[in-house]
Design a protein around this ligand. Structure first.
Ligand SMILES: [Zn+2]
Length: 263
């Protein structure tokens, strides 16, 4: 879709509705400490404007002047990947960002491989998935996502190399975890939201999970990926596999399992 598209009131309204789902008590077992999501705002964009939406529903918009790429049109993420939009925003707030619903759905309809992301429900589930990532990253990290901590780490190492006396007794060393943890957490969050709010979409998730595993299992076994990377290292594939087993084995306790009971 190369034609330009400007969001309607409906596009903004859909996101506000997702925020009401996010706050529903069915998801309390996941977001036990909801304060960890408070500092997060949503940024959505159409061909011309970016819209910053706060969790109380208020929003502001500004022109971004960017030609959206295919990736920009297909997905939401727990960050902002478009520099022209990023630089207009605060460094002290977590953002999740993605295209407005109309662009998202149309881009998925035009994919060569059949996509389940072509409904309002799937759009909502995608945004809830990103809140799963934000929550996880606030408790653990799957990458060096904390700027202040990173600068501190490097300064301490510098001091040590310089032979400077450094007291490390109270310094906590935190290493990023494998991305599979964050992805499984976000997948299980999306899956739970689907189970409670969007049963039709849950059915689609199940059939896509099955198709995906069939396809990748075939590759794993035909290429005998014994001494190489497993297909499970593709974190979205891994999350389909691990997430389904975790939720079945542990019920709601999958949250504690992944977060080491840290929330
Ligand atoms: Zn994800």
């Amino acid at each position: 879709m190369n034609e330009s598209y400007i969001a309607t009131e409906q596009d903004v309204e859909v996101i506000k509705q997702v925020l009401t789902f996010l706050k529903r008590s069915e998801l309390d077992f996941i977001f036990k400490n909801r304060r960890l999501l408070d500092n997060t705002e949503l940024v959505t964009y159409d061909s011309k404007f970016a819209y910053v939406i706060q969790q109380n529903g208020t929003f502001k918009k500004f022109a971004h002047g960017v030609q959206l790429s295919r990736t920009d049109k297909l997905g939401w993420r727990a960050s902002i990947s478009i520099p022209e939009i990023r630089r207009e925003l605060s460094n002290d707030i977590n953002y999740i960002s993605g295209p407005v619903q109309s662009i998202f759905i149309k881009s998925h309809q035009q994919r060569e491989n059949k996509s389940i992301y072509t409904t309002t429900e799937s759009y909502g589930a995608t945004i809830i998935h990103e809140f799963g990532h934000v929550y996880y990253e606030n408790i653990k990290n799957s990458w060096f996502s904390n700027y202040d901590y990173n600068v501190k780490l490097m300064n301490i190492a510098k001091d040590l190399y310089n032979g400077k006396e450094t007291n490390l007794e109270n310094f906590e060393i935190r290493l990023p975890r494998h991305l599979i943890e964050s992805e499984t957490f976000a997948f299980c969050t999306e899956y739970s939201a689907a189970k409670y709010f969007w049963p039709e979409y849950k059915k689609q998730l199940d059939s896509t999970g099955l198709e995906t595993i069939d396809r990748y299992l075939n590759q794993e076994t035909s290429d005998k990926l014994k001494n190489e990377e497993s297909v499970l290292d593709e974190s979205h594939v891994g999350a389909y596999v691990i997430g389904k087993i975790l939720m079945e084995k542990l019920g709601d306790k999958w949250v504690d399992f992944i977060l080491d009971k840290k929330a």
